[in-house]
Ligand binder design. Structure first.
Ligand code: GLU
Ligand code: MG
Length: 489
């Protein structure tokens, strides 16, 4: 495995939510063609190309994530990077209405064979890939042919929401996704095949780490070589399941990192003859793969989730933000738990956060508040647990910020209800999140906040993909849904 080292591309490099320095991701300097014109940006592109040549990179994978939650790619020879930064790479907008099985649906603004977009890589995130020798990666912003930002660009949406928080409230956000996956021997098991797990040790068991120590070491080594700061890695509950968490970043950076971490885990797995499954469930009755999102709010170096008069020491602003999110979790599931398999995971008593409530360190609450305690007040943050790894991380982080901003706009009206302790499934007093994809879609369709934030093009495409996937799996059994989705994300 290559181990070319370079400075971390992901900004903040301190412990979870404990640093004051996060900034909204700087906009790539754009020239008329959507890429940088002459000047510092062009120089940076030249320096990046030289760095890639020195690292022996042949190809650069340019990725974005579609509305079904699948990471799509175009790749270019490394020597074309400078030109690509200037002109972008062509790609049809039709992928915004692709479904999880690669069939295509249609939406009011997007669909059909016509049109082309330009994919413009973000040089700030350009990363030499440790587990794919000869390859580098960069996420893209998508532009119209004339260089205008593409209205349905999910990454642009996340950036717009982060900027709104800053412009309207002076708030910067730090975010981090947790990645859970199940690893099986050989290719992803088809509908008739049972998963073959390479690790048979107990949940969270040292025995499982021992069984897979070469593999997990290589996951760690690859992430570290890529400048990703890993906070933790451990065996999870389900057979063959693991989790890795990484240091927080600005919202767009965190979504980029979610893509990079997943593709790195996938690549290292393949080098060990294994397949990493990121679908919400591998077996319909088992514990699933979450894709929890941590968020903290900051102003002038101060964490707004501690030292305030609100519940668990939140400032009133943080409370209003989280009240806005809690209130809108049902509609946010259309972005955060979008797979036909998501609701197979989102069941009570599996730490998946199936109830619409919040609690201090409560792993059954959809919103888990992490106070940080007296020793680490700067680490206070909230974790959204009801979401999984089929989510497009850009849509999810942008949608959560939009919901939180709506809470802030409600002003004094936005207060959190009492926190919940214990498993809400046992007390039976708290509302379950929607139990069907139809209900999630209905809540999304009625969401004025998400519709306004996403804009008509993106909102219409997301709605069409959700409806298309509901139709695709109509009448399918839970086992068929799990088998058709577990290896897709
Ligand atoms: N695997 C659980 C889920 O589906 C999460 C376990 C944990 O809290 O890390 O979300
Ligand atoms: Mg976990």
């Amino acid at each position: 495995m290559g181990t070319t080292r370079r400075p971390p591309p992901h900004g903040t490099t301190t412990t979870a939510h404990g640093d004051a320095g996060a900034a909204v991701h700087p906009e790539t300097v754009q020239g008329p063609g959507g890429g940088p014109g002459p000047g510092p940006a062009a120089e940076r592109a030249g320096a990046a190309a030289a760095r890639l040549a020195e690292a022996g990179v042949e190809g650069v994978a340019l990725t974005w994530v579609d509305n079904a939650g699948l990471t799509r790619v175009k790749a270019v020879p490394a020597r074309r990077l400078q030109e690509v930064i200037r002109t972008g790479v062509g790609m049809s907008p039709c992928f915004d209405v692709y479904l999880v099985d690669d069939s295509m649906t249609d939406s009011p603004h997007i669909g059909g064979p016509d049109g082309d977009l330009r994919l413009v890589p973000d040089l700030d995130r350009l990363t030499v890939l440790a587990a794919q020798p000869g390859w580098a990666w960069a996420p893209v912003d998508r532009h119209e042919q004339d260089g205008r930002p593409y209205a349905a660009c999910q990454r642009g949406f996340a950036r717009r929401m982060a900027r709104r928080a800053l412009d309207e409230h002076g708030i910067t956000l730090k975010a981090g996704f947790e990645t859970e996956w199940v690893v099986v021997r050989g290719p992803a098991p088809g509908p008739a095949a049972e998963p073959a797990y390479p690790a048979t040790g107990p949940a969270y068991g040292m025995a499982r780490l021992v069984e897979t120590s070469d593999y997990l070491r290589d996951v760690l080594a690859a992430l570290t070589a890529q400048g990703v700061e890993v906070l933790q890695i451990h065996p999870e509950y389900a057979p063959g399941q693991f989790e890795v968490s990484t240091a927080p970043s600005d919202p767009v950076g965190a979504a980029d990192l979610a893509v990079l971490v997943r593709e790195t885990v996938r690549a290292v797995s393949l080098r060990h003859g294994l397949t990493a499954l990121f679908g919400p469930v591998v077996e319909p009755d088992g514990v699933g793969n979450g894709g929890h999102l941590h968020l903290s709010l900051w102003r002038s170096g101060r964490n707004l989730s501690s030292g305030g008069p609100g519940p668990c020491g939140m400032t009133r602003e943080a409370e209003a933000f989280w009240a806005g999110v809690l209130h809108r979790l049902p509609e946010l599931l259309a972005l955060g738990a979008p797979s036909p398999a998501s609701l197979l995971r989102l069941r009570p008593s599996r730490w998946a956060g199936a109830h619409q409530c919040w609690g201090l360190e409560n792993r059954e609450a959809a919103l888990r508040f992490v106070a940080g305690g007296e020793r680490m007040p700067q680490a206070a943050n909230a974790e959204i647990k009801c979401v999984d790894a089929s989510a497009n991380p850009y849509l999810l982080v942008g949608g959560v910020i939009a919901a939180g901003l709506a809470g802030l706009a409600d002003g004094d009206g936005a207060r959190l209800p009492d926190p919940v302790s214990g498993d809400p499934a046992r007390t039976g007093t708290h509302m379950r999140l929607p139990g069907s994809a139809q209900e999630v879609l209905r809540r999304f369709e009625e969401s004025r906040v998400l519709r306004a934030a996403l804009g008509e093009e993106l909102f219409g495409a997301v709605r069409a993909v959700r409806a298309g996937e509901i139709a695709l799996f109509e009448g399918a059994s839970d086992h068929e849904i799990a088998a058709a989705t577990r290896g897709r994300y």
